[in-house]
Design a protein around this ligand. Sequence first.
Ligand code: 8IG
Length: 275
Amino acid sequence: MAEASILDIPETDPFDAARQAAEQIAEKTGVAHHDIALTLGSGWGKAADLIGETVATVPATEIVGFRKPALDGHVGTLRSIALPNGKHALVIGARTHFYEGHGVRHVVHSVRAAAAAGASVMVLTNGAGGIKPHWTPGTPVLIGDHINLTASSPLEGATFVDLTDLYSARLRDLARTVEPGLDEGVYVQFRGPHYETPAEVQYAKTIGGHIVGMSTALEAIAARQAGMEVLGLSLITNLAAGISPTPLSHAEVIGAGRAAEPVISALLAQIVGRL
Ligand code: 8IG
């Protein structure tokens, strides 16, 4: 049985918990203010080693509201990295997925903690399925917009947040100054953890989607609520179900991520250098 967390307590204000987490992050990293934050999903992890000098690494479980990672043997960490341009980046290596069933507060806690730690830019990366057949596994794609099919929201109560330009056009343009050929698509978040049926992928395509995933839309909404500018990047690790004639395999997804990792991590590091 998983341990309860402060975020499970109904009376808890999730923003209070995020502020407490930010204080602990400042204390444990020795860095009072982080300028940007990055969540590194499947395939993107190596970027942390390339963007600058790691000042401190903190096990996420030492910070209020963060959970033990779902996969055994993985230690989720928060890393404070000094960038060559003098800014400080907080790298979140501990993502809680909606499909884990701990509730959406847990899903977005790291984003809120990053905002409370000072970050004004949130870089969200993921591994995802591609609906465009020419996106071969290993292709990085900018997220231009999203469709949230989780039937959930990180916002509680009558909190109306504008999501026009949720995925900052300015930051997408900036990413293209590094890699002019970067393609762009609409990210469709499903709950998972099962992959889609081919019919669901056709549905996602029909409603305007190009990328299918299980993580980023809810986090992006919370980032926007917190006033951050969002840059979203998907690594296409597989063609979505039914787009390719072969069934999806988790091992192949992981393999494609590993193979692409050096290239896309270098790309991300260059982008971060210009943020
Ligand atoms: I990696 O094909 C990865 N994550 N929903 N569908 C969804 N999430 C994914 C997929 C996919 N591949």
